[in-house]
Design a protein around this ligand. Structure first.
Ligand code: MRU
Length: 364
């Protein structure tokens, strides 16, 4: 089942998503017939993960255009559906620019809608290709840092084919190591509160046949202390110009642990995740999610009792602090792996050079 696809049934075009809120127990598709439905799917995390959000945003513009809705309105709603992953606004901007450029050239709205779809499909394809290249660069880096193979990798959140047009970012590197016979084990953080690690990464790892073990986020420290982690591999939602990395909450504590235990902390992300317009970590907007995600556990089959529709695990009325992401400063990041190559050490100059190189590749 595809994570995202464009379809054109007789009733009109639709964007079909694999509803990630239902995994791993059910593989159910969600059909979006307009941009507001896609906005809701993004907010509810039915579709999620930075690269996939970019692709979804681009298809959202193509959908609004093809169905004759106001593209500027759709662009504003889609781009602001979630604030942290810069890929979302990149995807929206690319498809909306293609739409506007076609109109400016004298095309009608049909031709402009077709141009937006071409841009969305190109981004989808570009992300698939980026996955392959990130996996290659990432495994080469692991082999260089950890000669001898038998890598034991710790990962956080979900970074595989569920977030990408291809096999993903950090997970794609682990997969490449597994296929090359050089992955001893993938340690999978459960990733509270929404359990992207337990529900989604364990699902992807099980399907790949790799050796993996699930742990609570709080167990990571004792795993490092026992010498069981050779490297940490994570994705990113936004990388600021100075190399600060926003990723799923819980990534920063792993970076601190990795530094203390002299373990490489590696970020894998496509160049579209690097945001030269965000100067540093303090300028990254971190999404705050509703407290009920922490005070309740949602299980679709269970009796509904809490305000958020889940089973309370804290006294009613408890306030919760629930940032969806945290920011790791660049000096705790050993390397950033992109499709254009590896940045290490992570400096503003090296990232600026990478972005300039990538722009040249895109233009030529
Ligand atoms: O809130 P989510 O599930 O969208 O968060 C996703 C992550 O934090 C991923 O680690 C990140 O997008 C990188 S995916 C390549």
């Amino acid at each position: 089942m595809a994570v995202i696809r464009w379809e054109e049934p007789p009733e009109g075009p639709v964007v079909v998503l694999l509803d990630q809120t239902r995994l791993p127990t059910e593989e159910v598709e969600l059909v979006c017939t307009d941009a507001p439905a896609l906005v809701e799917a993004i907010r509810s995390l039915a579709v999620r993960g930075a690269p996939l959000l970019g692709i979804a945003g681009a298809y959202g513009i193509a959908l609004a255009a093809a169905r004759g809705f106001d593209v500027d309105e759709a662009a504003a709603a889609l781009a602001s559906a979630r604030p942290t992953a810069v890929n979302l606004s990149v995807g929206v901007r690319r498809a909306a620019s293609a739409y506007r450029a076609a109109l400016a050239k004298g095309g009608d709205t049909g031709a402009a809608a077709a141009a937006a779809l071409v841009a969305a499909r190109a981004l989808h394809q570009q992300d698939a290709e980026a996955s392959v290249r990130m996996a290659g660069h990432g495994l080469a880096l692991l082999d260089e840092l950890l000669p001898g193979g038998g890598h034991r990798i710790l990962t956080h959140c979900n970074t595989g084919s569920l977030v990408s047009g291809g096999e993903g970012t950090a997970f794609a590197v682990a997969l490449q190591a597994h296929r090359a016979g050089r992955l001893r084990r993938l340690w999978v953080d459960e990733t509270r509160p929404l359990l992207q690690g337990a529900r989604l990464t364990a699902y992807e790892a099980a399907r790949s046949g790799m050796a993996y073990t699930l742990l609570t986020d709080n167990a990571a420290g004792s795993l490092f202390a026992a010498g069981e982690v050779d490297a940490v591999l994570i994705g990113a939602d936004r990388i600021a110009a100075d190399g600060s990395v926003a990723n799923k909450v819980g990534s920063y504590p792993l970076a601190v642990l990795a530094r203390y235990h002299h373990v490489p902390f590696i970020v894998v992300a496509p160049v579209t995740t690097v945001d030269p317009e965000t100067p540093d970590g303090a300028a990254i907007e971190v999404e705050q999610r509703p407290g009920f995600e922490v005070t309740e556990v949602t299980a679709p089959q269970a009796p509904v009792t809490g305000a958020g529709g889940g089973i309370p695990v804290a006294p009613l009325g408890t306030q919760a602090y629930n940032p969806a992401f945290d920011v790791t400063p660049p000096d705790l990041v050993t390397a950033i792996v992109t499709e254009e190559g590896v940045v290490s050490p992570v400096t503003a100059e090296a990232l600026a050079e990478l972005c300039a190189r990538s722009r040249q590749v895109t233009i030529s």
